[in-house]
Each structure stands twice: as C-alpha cells, then as structure tokens.
Design a protein around this ligand. Sequence first.
Ligand code: BES
Ligand code: MN
Ligand code: ZN
Length: 497
Amino acid sequence: MRFEASSRAAAQLRSDCLVLGAFERGELGTSASTIDRAMRGRIRTLLSSGDFSGRAGETLLITDTTGITPPRLLLVGLGPKGQYNRRAWRRSLPAALAALTRTRIRSATFALERPGERELDDFYYGRSVAEISGAALYRINDLKSTRAPRPPALDRIVLPVDQDAVAEVRRGLAAGDAVSQSAALLRNLGNLPANVCTPRYMANQARELERLYRRRVRVRIFDEAGIRRLRMGCLLAVTRGSEEPPRFIVLEYRGGRRGRAPIALVGKGVTFDTGGISLKDPASMDEMKFDMCGAATVLAAIDFAARARLRLNLVGLVPVCENMPDGRAVKPGDIVTSASGQTVEILNTDAEGRLILADALNYARRYEPEAVVDFATLTGACVIALGHHFSGVMGNDDALAQELVQAGARTDDRAWQLPLTEDYAEQLRSNFADMANIAGRDGGAITAAAFLGKFTAQLRWAHMDIAGTAWTSGKDKGASGRPLSLVADFLMRRATA
Ligand code: BES
Ligand code: MN
Ligand code: ZN
C-alpha cells in the first residue's frame, strides 16, 4: 500500500474514489460541505432523499460525480455530529475500507471529517490512517484448501491535508505503515496452529529477521542443551512434558550509539498451553495456541525497529516451549532451581508463563539494560480485571509503567496500571522452597507479576499482561496485533528522547 499526503484540494486530487463522511440527520462536516458545493449541492439533495441515514458504519457508493475530479464518491456514515470524536473517526475508517475492498477500486482519497487537532495531531493522524488501513486490509493466514479470494485492488491512499501539516502527516504515515507491516507478522505468528508454530518455527522466524536486516539484527538460539548450560531450571521444568524441543532466542538490534544501554524486551512463548498436569478445561483450549503472542510481540517489535531504523539498541529475549502433560511432565509440588539460583515450588503447572519468563528476565541482567519490558498472555485474572479493552501494566518503576500507559493512550492501544506493592509478593510464600509459583485466586494478575518481580530486582522493569488483548474470540477469532502499536510508540519516543 502506498500512502500519500497532499495539500491539494480533495475534489481535485486524482484517484478512483473520493471518500467523504456524512453525519446523521443530513449534517455535513467541513470537507464534505466544500465538495457538496463543488457538486452543486447534490450530496445534500441525496441526504434529504433519506437514502442515506449517516449512521456510523453505513456506506454508499455514488458514481455520478460531475463537478469533482474522482469518478466515484463513497459516503461514509459518521453517526451523530455532536458525538463525533476520535473514537467515532477510528470506527468509520474500517467501514470505508470494507466498502472499497468489495470493489476493484485501486486508489482512494480519504476526506473523512478529521477529529479535532487536540484529539489527534498531524503525526498521529497519519500514523492512525496507515495503521487502521493496514489492519483492515490484513487477510488471515488461514490454511483453507479452497482457492484464496482475490486480494483487494486498493493499493494507494491519499490524504488531503493543510500545507503546514504535510510533513508531519507523511512522517506519521511512514511510521504507521511500518507498524502495520510488523503487526501483520505478529498476527500471522499468533494465528498459526501450534502444530506449525512450534518453538523451532519461532526460532526460524527470528533467524529470518537476521537475514532480512543484515548487520542490524543478530540472533542467537539456544537449544535444550544450551538452555541446560544456562541453568534455566524453570524453562526446563515447563518443557519437560513435551516432545517438541524448546528454544531460547536472543535477538539484538543495533540502531543506537555504541555503548548505549539497550532496552530489553522479553516475551512469553508458550506455543501451546494445555496447563500440563494441572490440565485446563477443554472449552476453548484451542485458543492456547495464542499463548506465544508475547514472544511474537517481541519479534514484531524487533522487526519494527529494524524496518523503521530506530536509533536505539534492543535485545529481545524469547523463551519458547510447549506446556504438555506427560509421564515425564513436571508435577504439582515439584521444586526446581531457576537460573537466578532461587528455588520454586511448582504448585500449579498451569502457571507456566511466569516460570519461563523468570529465567529470561534473569538473563536480561547481563545487558545492564536501560529498561526491561516483558509481554505475556499471563493470566485469566487480568482478563477478569480489565476485560478485553485494556492490557495490564505492572512493574517496579512507576515512571516506566506510565510511559507504557501513555504510549497506549496515544495509539488507542490502551493499557492500565495495576498496583504491584510488596503485599502481593508475600502471598507467594512456600514451606518448601524460596517461593511458590501461585498465590490463590485473588489478585491473580498482580501475584503473577509479583512472582516475576522476584527475578527483576535492581532492574527497571515493567510487565504487560496481554491475556485479554492479544487475540479476539468468537466469529472473528484471531490475533489482534496488540500491543504492537503501543510498543512501537514507546520505542519511537525512547529513540528520540
Ligand atoms: N496462558 C494462561 C493464561 C490465560 C488464560 C490467558 C486464559 C488467556 C486466557 C496461563 O498460562 C495460565 O494458565 N494462567 C493461570 C494461572 C493460574 C493457574 C494461577 C490462569 O490464569 O488461570
Ligand atoms: Mn497456563
Ligand atoms: Zn500460559
């Protein structure tokens, strides 16, 4: 997809279709009014005929466009004028794109009423258009044997903007385009079934990044013997019941000053989580193929940094394995020694994500990182707390946690901080080991984070629980691409700070 910003008037821009918004009750915004005048009031006439109500998501394609350059006009309903805001605008775009991709239209000029500058500045306007379009045009990487439907023809989107906004909007479009391409990688990895997307497959994907971004991305992969040499007893405990060999993937992206401390990104990569001996309920267990979305977020973040040539240094630390029940599998009550030397009593084998993250977080120390952020589909409790709208943020550094929350607010990839105080760590007490891996149902998202906190002392660390946001269930089941927008924003700001 090509994205352009132009200071020429929307009615004069050359493309196959001009996309315009109309509110309910026949009201037009400023850009639509201008076009309506050029068309001698024919849009208003049409609206007063009652054929188009302006309800959010409604679309109407018009081919009689005398008075303006584009040969087609797509009207998009924006809902009530008084309630129009960034959220309504965000929702109108996918509706427009869905209507366009049902046709063979190849290029479109987007002149939907823009939310106020205070709600969405020029950079984020460009960025959002590119990201929303990328997401709307994403086609799921299914394994259906029937012929794939013809891909949409749309390959060029033009944004008419004021002269003084052109540069910032272009910058935003480029950033958003990079984010959406990396988000497609994240979604593709998430959507693949666990018999395809194994730990070895994830490692090959990391290698692929090294090949794509020669010199800027370096990858090192530890196999089971290597993991044993690293004394990652927690990761080894989780993988024990599986026939699939585990991997520990280390990626390094060098875009910043030599010697600048890197940011470490750590991702939970459980390619399938049955719960192990603490076996899960069968209902929607298939969705546990998404339990590697934290790992995929890290690969996608490295991909984005390299694609956008961010001026910073990153390390990606990705422990990957399956969690399976088996004669050899780890059992409730087993005690293992983590790479940090601390012992853990595994009371519930389904609390496996925190175990593999513990060893990876401990590994981050050797980089003396500027900050460490981990991403994990860690707890059902986080979904109970925040639903599917917000990712959970916790950590030992409120400024870092709030940096992530703010990045989420700017990109509408929202996250909310939960309180991680010492009280929660006390609940992990064990009679037999340094700690237990669970602490009862109450505050489950936070006690999981408290467990991770035992392995991040002296690090500036934040944890993102993406259990409720990384994928959607039901008819539109699939990886969402979250929280890559948030992460990209966080990294871009760090790169220019
Ligand atoms: N991967 C799951 C968390 C999860 C569950 C994410 C459902 C999304 C939807 C994780 O490994 C897990 O099983 N967590 C347990 C922890 C419990 C045993 C303390 C959970 O949340 O039930
Ligand atoms: Mn689990
Ligand atoms: Zn899990």
